[in-house]
Design a binder for this molecule. Structure first.
Ligand code: ZN
Length: 453
């Protein structure tokens, strides 16, 4: 007997690029039935007028920093937006070594979502005592490599860089670290060296890195690099290269503002002039200035005294955000990051926003293409397509059931806790994890090791 039968819904059949009507049965944490019959099941979910999607896969987010408290914050927001598997450790900035993350996940008795981690170059760059603009010595790089190898031995899926955060990191150094990893099936991801007017040389550098390494290379959150006036040229460069080398790809998020720490080099003198923006385009997210737009005085105070505060910068162009989403290449990911529970709403609303605003309202991309960009494409990127990102017999029972007519994001720049609309059920590893925004079993997720993929 099935554990769960989901009847009367439609699911994306990517092999035919069509939404198909079928009843879907789950058993033992796997998809066990797809068809027109109604086999007996312990529980039946009526999904009439609903899409029964593979659970969303967020290939670029930032996991919880357990030193802020051994609890889940962003993983809960992920689950509430239909994510069943997320990849942390991005932008060079893993929040703790993989071993520590796994131990904490076990202590907490599982996780709201399935978690995958990348190792983070910048985290160990700092551990090696290097400052933002320093040049590393061979001994320091060996130290960094050894720490990365420890993460890989614990099951990390690859390595990320935050080049802009520590501009001392050289192109050769990135290639050297990729070569050190040897395994071509690992993923290399990077937050570019520069944005706005300097985004084209930054993308050219990443394309050169791809041409020099044996792994797949992921350009992280393209819109915050290029949606300040260079998206058309950026996409031409990326699409052109991908025609001969499809190992390159990118992810992008559906908001016209980016977010990072106040102390970051991103906010070094000259940034506002470069973006042609003003202090009032920057939203401060923590006390004593929570939800206030900056002035010169509060900006200077935060730079000096609150360097860890996340700042939201409204500097990107809407038509360029849409172009990055609509492009035939590319995935959509949240780049979600929270500090003490605060931050950009992309951490909590990215996936309903793509399906509500960009698919239904603005019609910049059709439903099945958008679903592919948040399920099958990231699964293929991680070489998990046999298990995840697709509805087929034997796949993991990670399922998100939503109403395509009502799905929309709730969280905004002032309040992350506003609920998303239109997501009925999120099923993780065969367990109903969320129903109508209420947690049912919020520990059904697990750490996915590279070695069991
Ligand atoms: Zn980043």
């Amino acid at each position: 007997m099935l554990d769960i039968l989901i009847k009367n819904g439609v699911y994306p059949d990517y092999s035919e690029n069509a939404l198909k009507k079928a009843n879907i049965g789950l058993e033992g944490g796997k998809i066990a039935y797809i068809g027109d019959d109604e086999p007996e099941a312990s529980k039946v979910i009526d999904a009439k007028d609903r899409v029964v999607s593979p659970g969303f896969i967020d290939i670029h987010m930032h996991e919880e920093k357990f030193s802020e408290g051994k609890k889940y914050v962003i993983a809960e927001y992920m689950l509430k937006q239909g994510v069943t598997t997320a990849v942390g450790g991005n932008c060079g900035d893993i929040m703790q070594p993989v071993k520590v993350f796994k131990e904490t996940l076990n202590e907490l008795g599982g996780s709201p979502i399935n978690y995958i981690l990348l190792s983070g170059y910048n985290y160990y760059w700092r551990e090696a005592g290097l400052g933002h603009f320093d040049k590393s010595t061979p001994e320091q790089r060996e130290f960094i490599h050894n720490r990365i190898k420890e993460d890989l031995a614990e099951g990390a899926f690859g390595l990320s860089f935050g080049i802009e955060y520590d501009p001392g990191i050289t192109e050769d150094e990135i290639v050297e670290a990729a070569d050190m990893m040897e395994d071509e099936h690992l993923l290399v991801a990077a937050h570019y060296r520069d944005d706005g007017e300097q985004s084209i040389p930054a993308i050219e550098e990443m394309i050169r890195v791809q041409s020099r390494i044996k792994q797949r290379f992921q350009i992280s959150h393209l819109s915050s690099c290029s949606a300040l006036g260079t998206m058309k040229e950026s996409l031409e460069l990326i699409n052109g290269y991908m025609e001969k080398d499809p190992r390159l790809n990118y992810d992008t998020y559906p908001y016209n503002a980016f977010s990072t720490s106040m102390g970051s080099t991103v906010f070094d003198p000259g940034c506002l002039e470069g973006w042609k923006k003003d202090y009032s385009d920057l939203l401060l997210t923590e006390e004593p200035y929570k939800n206030q737009f900056a002035t010169k005085e509060t900006f200077d105070d935060c730079r000096a005294n609150y360097p860890n505060m996340l700042v939201v910068a409204f500097v990107m162009n809407e038509d360029e955000i849409a172009a990055a989403i609509a492009n035939p290449n590319g995935m959509v990911a949240s780049d979600g990051i929270l500090r003490n529970g605060n931050g950009h709403p992309r951490a909590a609303g990215t996936f309903p926003r793509v399906l509500g605003k960009y698919v239904r309202e603005d019609k910049v991309v059709d439903l099945i293409t958008a679903l592919r960009k948040i399920t099958l494409e990231p699964a293929m990127r991680l070489e998990l397509e046999d298990r995840k990102g697709d509805i087929h017999i034997g796949a993991d029972a990670d399922i998100t059931i939503f109403d395509p007519e009502t799905i929309i994001d709730g969280p905004n720049f002032q309040d992350l806790s506003i609920l998303n609309k239109g997501i009925d059920y999120v099923i993780v590893n065969g367990e109903i994890a969320l129903k109508d925004n209420e947690f049912i079993d919020d520990r059904a997720g697990e750490f996915i090791s590279y070695f069991e993929k």
